[in-house]
Ligand binder design. Structure first.
Ligand code: ADP
Ligand code: ZN
Length: 807
């Protein structure tokens, strides 16, 4: 027997191996397999069982098959192969990346003796008897490696498999050294048989009082309230007053947190009903039905998703519901669990322990769990009879993974939907230009929820022109007078304020605070990055470079300066302005540990926070009714990043963050600070006018042939040595131009190479090059050709198909 194996190595090839007789019965597509590759042993994945080896070289034998059940099915392979081809990423690496724990997962087989083997009869060979005897000594099972060690032999699998096949031995797969061990906590409770009338000291009676009130509680919590010590508790245990015990802390996603509002008795309004009619039709058709649900913030999109899921569950279908960020799964989970109390819901994202993810993956694969909620990687969950994929906030760049396998989960949701003939709902208040383009063009079904629930108004948006703002020192302030006044009023009214700062403010651009002029690239129409140390402005697409000017070419003012501010500075400033306010900051620095953002959001929910300062994270999805003021500190920060989607991102961010306000019964208010109040991205978001924005933006895309009028493949280079790398990159660029001409007749344009905006990361110098063309196939062929034999030297090359991040 032969098998086809994909191995996670940087090679597009797959390999054929022979299977020794003893392992034949255990072979299945979708199982992992340990194989020799050169001098190494690597865990690969079985992707096929061909009739014959069909290759001239000598075929090696596999070493082991660690899985008792497959991690994927044959039908799933078409999807994985599509991903591998499209993202120019070897199949073995794709599998290593998207299967739970992937190649990092170490598992081992354990063996038990079955009852059947109680009497050792003659049929067993001496070797088999030795194995069975060893197993008899380990009633809890013995691992393959221990067995090998005690028996001093490594060639056990033949005997083990025949014993297993005959039912004398039971094999089970266990993950060894799980990255997360069962977590235990020490708890304390009063003895239920505590005799009445016992005499206590003051401290003891306080303790007994607390335990009587609260029942059993964690010792740590008790220490905090009463400053007890473990020794003192032990003494009391000895006296028969209380009992100490260990309790396992639940693993996995844990109980659903209760956050935000929950409402299960909703009657869909007219717009929701119309949209749902369409969606239910799509689901009933059993065909691939891509839909774009464009609904303003608070228009009841989530309710539509829930009803679509309910429909799928009525049959025997399954659904995947994606949200852009892990921080959002908590709030969604509490809503969805309360909505489908009978249904088990799986949560999959990278913040969940390896073991829990692996367990859930298998349960989903067996059809025991039919609804999966999670961030982008949840798209790969092996849901049985998948009938629906929801991609909420589909415009969000977090759906794009920017390392290893660089995929876009929204795009792949459509691919998976097509391959499995499924309804796919992309939902957003601010659809990606590309998605809207397809909806307008009829490729996606266009669904609309035009107004907020109960016709609650969208909050009025005031734009503060920062060019006219000066503080007492004559400088442009971080927070304008109008915003300070509004925060003061909000605090006085006991309401909450959200202050938003763009995370990507670290890109410093040069601008004129008097007229708002920004220095942009004459070739690419993106803003130039200010390199203060060199005194130059650079374009990070085409490598255009010019000296940083001291004088504004537009208004001839001489106060040109660079701009960029962080959340920490804002926090300091706000503390100085409002010393008694309760202030919290939520950004990637303050939310490094799982649960951090939950804690902050819960604090907001309970009214323990007056002012929340945050980055992108706070613009998404959260529904907090008592936020009545939203302030955007530097709307231009995202407008001036070197990216052709800068205007789109800015419009989306501003509209989403405005949508956070006024969700409750009280109207909200939004204040946007900007140096370019006339920019269409700012004006259109002020008017809550997506259609207008789309109409303004599209001509620019067409004119410069950016997506959706073309496709892009990015190549990123990095090298430890600057001069060497620069030379190699330049040669690569020249070769790319020559090949583009020869292979595509110039239909693919080569832009760059240019230094990356983040020119050095972890000691490596970075450059980038863009391939742009209308035809995806010729772009792919060219890229493949370029990558052949490339990256062998010290120059590392990464491919980024449909790049989102140009930093
Ligand atoms: P979106 O996802 O579009 O931002 P949500 O689905 O979160 O909006 O809905 C906003 C709020 O309106 C939620 O609190 C939700 O419970 C409520 N809601 C949704 N649909 C209705 C309806 N038909 N009638 C009353 N309330 C609704
Ligand atoms: Zn340029």
């Amino acid at each position: 027997m032969f098998i086809r194996v994909a191995v996670p190595i940087p090679s597009a090839q797959t390999f054929t191996y022979a299977v020794p007789a003893a392992l034949v019965s255990a072979v299945a597509v979708g199982k992992r397999v340990l194989v020799p590759v050169g001098k190494r042993r690597i865990t690969g994945f079985i992707i096929g069982i061909p009739d014959e080896a069909n290759c001239s070289q000598e075929v090696k034998e596999i070493i082991d098959l660690p899985d008792t059940e497959p991690l994927f099915r044959k039908e799933d392979l078409a999807f994985y192969e599509w991903i591998s081809r499209y993202y120019l990423h070897p199949l073995g690496k794709v599998l290593g990346e998207i299967l739970p724990g992937g190649i990092a997962l170490r598992s081992e087989r354990w063996f038990f003796r079955s009852d059947k083997a109680a009497t050792l009869d003659q049929r067993f060979s001496e070797r088999q008897k030795a194995i069975l005897e060893q197993m008899a000594r380990s009633p809890k099972g013995i691992s393959l490696s221990s067995l090998r060690r005690v028996l001093g032999r490594s060639d056990l699998y033949g005997d083990l498999h025949s014993l297993e096949a005959a039912g004398f031995v039971i094999a089970e797969e266990r993950l060894n050294r799980p990255s997360v061990r069962p977590k235990k906590e020490r708890w304390v409770e009063l003895r239920p048989d505590l005799p009445a009338g016992m005499k206590f000291t003051a401290k003891q009676s306080a303790l007994v009082g607390i335990l009587r009130d609260r029942g059993a509680m964690p010792v740590i919590a008790l220490h905090k309230t009463l400053s007890t010590t473990l020794a003192s508790l032990r003494t009391l245990e000895g006296k028969g007053i209380l009992r100490l015990f260990e309790k396992e802390v639940a693993r996995g996603p844990g109980p659903a947190p209760s956050l935000g509002r929950i409402d299960n008795n909703i009657t869909p309004n007219e717009a929701q009903t119309m949209v749902l009619d369409d969606i239910l039709q799509c689901i009933a058709s059993g065909r691939f039905s891509p839909c774009l649900l464009h609904g303003v913030t608070g228009s009841g999109k989530t309710e539509v998703y829930f009803r679509a899921i309910a429909e799928v569950l009525k049959g025997d279908g399954g659904a995947i519901y994606l949200v852009p960020e892990i921080a959002l799964t908590g709030q969604l989970l509490s809503r969805i669990v309360s909505r489908f109390p009978q249904q088990e819901i799986a949560v999959l994202h990278s913040g969940i322990s390896l073991r829990a993810r692996y367990d859930q993956w298998k349960r989903i694969g067996r059809g025991e769990v039919r609804v999966v909620v999670g961030a982008r990687s949840a798209l790969f969950a092996p849901v049985r009879n998948l009938r629906l994929i929801v991609v909420d906030e589909e415009h969000d760049p977090s759906y794009k993974q920017d390392d290893r396998l660089r995929y876009h989960a929204r795009d792949l949701a459509l691919v998976r939907g097509r391959l499995s003939e499924t309804t796919v709902i992309l939902g957003s208040a601010t659809p990606a230009i590309q998605s809207y383009f397809h909806a307008v063009g009829g490729r996606y079904r266009a669904l609309t929820l035009p107004t907020r629930i109960d016709d609650r108004p969208l909050p009025p948006v005031e734009v503060v022109d920062m060019r006219t703002q000066r503080d007492e020192r004559g400088l442009t302030p971080l927070i304008s007078g109008a915003l300070i006044e509004a925060i003061r009023e909000t605090l006085a009214g006991g309401r909450q304020t959200l202050l938003f700062l763009n995370r990507r403010g670290f890109h410093t651009h040069l601008f004129c605070p008097d007229c708002g002029h920004v220095f942009t690239c004459p070739n690419c129409d993106i803003s130039l990055t200010h390199h203060a140390s060199e005194g130059v402005l650079k374009c990070h697409h085409c490598d255009f470079s010019t000296r940083a000017a001291a004088r504004c070419p537009s208004c001839k003012g001489n106060r040109v300066r660079s701009y960029g501010a962080g959340t920490e500075r804002v926090e300091e400033e706000v503390k100085t302005l409002f010393p008694t306010a309760r202030i919290a900051r939520m950004d990637s620095d303050t939310t490094t540990r799982g649960g951090d953002s939950q804690r902050i959001l819960r604090g907001l929910d309970r009214g323990e926070i007056d002012i929340l300062i945050g980055t992108q994270m706070i613009t998404k999805g959260h529904d907090f009714p008592s936020i009545t003021l939203v302030g955007v500190l530097a709307a231009d920060a995202s407008l001036n990043i070197p990216d052709f989607r800068a205007a789109e991102r800015t419009f989306q961010i501003l509209t989403q963050v405005s949508g956070r306000g006024g969700r409750g019964d009280r109207p909200g208010r939004v204040i946007i600070q900007t140096f370019t109040p006339g920019h269409y991205a700012i004006r259109r978001s002020q008017e809550h006018d997506y259609g207008g924005f789309y109409a303004d933006e599209l001509p620019f895309r067409r004119q410069l042939a950016y997506p959706p009028f073309s496709r892009l493949i990015g190549l990123q280079f990095s090298c430890l040595k600057k001069a060497e790398g620069k030379k190699a990159v330049a040669e690569f660029g020249a070769r790319a131009r020559a090949l583009a001409l020869a292979m595509t007749g110039g239909k693919v344009e080569v832009i760059g190479p240019a230094e990356s905006p983040l020119a050095r990361i972890r000691g490596r110098y970075r450059w980038q090059l863009l391939l742009k063309g209308k035809d995806s196939r010729s772009l792919h062929l060219l890229s493949e050709k370029l990558l052949e034999g490339a990256g062998r030297d010290s120059l590392e090359i990464q491919v980024d198909v449909d790049p989102v991040n140009f930093m």
